[in-house]
Design a protein. Sequence first.
Length: 440
Amino acid sequence: MKSRYIAYFLLLLVAVSCEPKLDDYTPSAGDADFTKYISLGNSLTAGYSNSALYTSGQSYSYANILAKQFQLVGGGDFVLPVVSNEDGLLAGKMKLGISTNCLGVASLGPIPAGGTPTGYPAAAMPIGYPVNNFGVPGAKSYHLVAPGYGNPDGLLVAPPTANPYFVRFASAPNTTILADAMAANATFFSLWIGNNDVLGYSTSGGMGDIITSQEMFTGALTTLVTNLTSNGAKGVVANIPDVTSVPFFTTIPYNGLVLTRQGQVDSLNIAYGSGAFGINFALGQNAFIISDPTSPIQMRQIKSNEFILLSLPQDSIRCKGWGSKKAIPGMYTLVESEVNAVKSATSAFNQTLKTLAETNDLAFVDVNAFLTNSKTGLVYDGIKFSLSYVTGGIFSLDGVHLTPRGNAIVANNFIEAINLKYNAGIPTVNVGDYPGLVFP
């Protein structure tokens, strides 16, 4: 019997000794050349986070994370248009802190970060050196090919025709983001653009912007990919997520009106005609009242497939009767017809992105599928993540942009797609090595 245990132990020892060791892993570029890497995109590429662009946010952008991993397989320097300020180029940065609401209740939540942002016009002063990261907060697909988008004079007209973030590093007033990117003569590129083509419309409740037409989107993306691959460079293209899946849209529940007293219920039901207009209240959770110009009374209860935006001033619900006695204004909601328009455009844009990647033999990252699959939660390096606001760990306090850990997760998705397409062996990053939200 003893000899059997000894034989079994020796068998295990041999099996373990034959397993490849982590130290034996040799990173490889495969069929790609990462000597000169550039990234093109919008705020997600730039490293915008917590409603601002600041130094550490830039350093934790998924593009900068990618560049560091590319350096393990022959990649060179990756130059950022550095923001020398942790308070942001422009005002608006948020942090977690304690605030007191209109009922006198103190709680943890997003508050202004304070500090001293660079501010305009200093924030738009040219940095004077070429960069590798061409991520421009606010840019839509067609802005990447628009002459004058970096012209400082365009900031002085209404509406502005230029972008202060691109003005900082544009090589000339009438250049384009694409032209400057092409001048870098890259061997590898990443392209993640299109979120803002639907996001501005969505975050304004369908009132402050329009969705880019499919024709304009396809034209811009075709121009981008055709040019970026014209010198033989390889690259990776990512699609865009369904923006209604991010915390900016999902944090405030449609049925967040909680009634705890029968007197409240009766009073509201009487005020709304005792069901005459299809509005009914009961004890417990109820759908909020929202503005609706098509209704005979210009308001109705929100549907379960519609959204209340994180931009809604929540003290207005607590103390001013919004959502119960008064309708929540349309700028703070995304109703069914608007949701359908966003989803339809996103689907069409993503088909364009996938087709262009396949046609040009590029790696493709399905970010939309990743976020969809993450709705039930995921685990990276032993850490649980979800799409929840604050506690989920992926999204920053603005509910749209990523935390450093969120950027690390996205970077790993890019790396996996690149490795698969180009037979490369680029190591992924340890997500736990990157910070999450900072709690007071």
